[in-house]
Design a protein around this ligand. Sequence first.
Ligand code: URA
Length: 197
Amino acid sequence: MEKKLKKIKEQVTECTNCELSQTRTNSVPGKGNFKSDVIFVGEAPGKNEDIKGEPFIGIAGKKLSSALENAGISREQVYITNIVKCRPPKNRVPTIIERDTCKNYLEKEIQIIKPEIICILGNTAFKSLLDGKEIIKFRGKIVKKNDQLYFLTIHPAATIYNQKLISVLKKDMKKLFKLIEEIKNKKKIKIDIDYSS
Ligand code: URA
C-alpha cells in the first residue's frame, strides 16, 4: 500500500499533464497516514504549499490542524490531499480541464487507502466529486455515492476572515470523528443524501 502511494507521489512530482506544471515551483502530492479512515480533500495548493510541496501547510492548513486538534485528532493520523496537485497562478480556482486532468491521481489515492469516509473541504471538492454547489448549505451532511461515504464541510480558508466559521469547522470535525467511530463500531449511519439509487 505504501509502495503504491509512493509511486503516485513520484508521478505527481514529475507530472506535466496540464499547464499548471509550467508555473508551479513544486507539485503537491497527498500526505499523511495511508491507513487513515478518512481522506481530506481540498481544492489546490496555495503559495506555501507550492514552495514546500506539502498540502495544507499555510494559514488554511493551520485552521484545519486546529479544528482537528479540537476534535482530538492530529494531522499525522489522517491523509490530506487536493483535487488539483499544482498551484493555480494567483490561487485562482482550478479550471474544469485542470481538475479533470488531475482526477486520476485522487482516484488512485482513494483506491489505495480505501477510506471509510471522504471529507470534502469546500466548494471545489464538492463540485468535482459530487457535482454539488453552495457547500455552506450542505455542510455537516453525510452523503453516499457508489458505496462511498462522504462528509461535507467548509474550506478551512473560509474561516480566515470569518470568525464565526471557525466554530462551524470545529463542530463539523467533531461530528466527523464521532461518525467514524460509529462506522467502525458498525452502528447504523443516517445518510442525509444518497446518490446511489
Ligand atoms: N488550500 C487548499 O485547498 N489546499 C491546500 O493544500 C492549501 C490551501
